[in-house]
Design a protein around this ligand. Structure first.
Ligand code: 4NP
Length: 151
């Protein structure tokens, strides 16, 4: 069955664009025609390209982020997507606060839904170094490879 998945972080320039690029590859590789997208709970980076560190890190592993432009979570997303998967607890709290009463999307933490937790959260790499981005990519790859069996 077809699925649509929205990956959500704070700024939509680091973690969730990387997650969407990995998922785009993994789902296609698994023969699934699933829709993927990403968004941020914050609005600071709307319309912007992915963080260059995220683009370098993901690009080196074959996941291109060139086409990415930041966008903020919209109320419509709670009706358009089957799953909305947050990178951390703060993102999930924001999503729950925003969700309309008649939301059809299921909300969860990516690493819990994937069944790879602990850790429960994909740590925010924004204020750290390149090693943080590499760690994020490896958490994402392990978790997202399991989603076809879990969603
Ligand atoms: P992301 O990373 O949520 O993984 O995209 C961040 C990007 C920007 C900021 C924080 C985290 N910021 O504070 O602008």
């Amino acid at each position: 069955m077809s699925r649509s998945v929205l990956f959500v972080c704070l700024g939509n320039i680091c973690r969730s664009p990387m997650a969407a690029a990995v998922a785009h590859y993994e789902f296609a590789h698994a023969g699934l025609d699933w829709q993927v997208a990403s968004a941020g709970t914050g609005n600071w980076h709307v319309g912007q390209c992915a963080d260059p560190r995220a683009a370098d890190c993901a690009g080196a592993a074959g996941f291109a982020l060139d086409q990415h432009r930041g966008r903020q979570v919209q109320i419509d997303d709670f009706h358009r997507f089957d799953w909305i998967l947050a990178m951390d607890q703060a993102n999930l709290r924001e999503l729950k606060a925003l969700a309309p009463a008649n939301a059809s999307a299921q909300l969860g933490l990516l690493l819990q839904v994937a069944g790879t937790a602990p850790p429960d959260e994909v740590p925010d790499p924004y204020f750290g170094g390149r090693d943080g981005f590499d760690a994020v990519l490896s958490l994402l790859r392990e978790a997202i490879a399991r989603l076809p069996q879990r969603l």
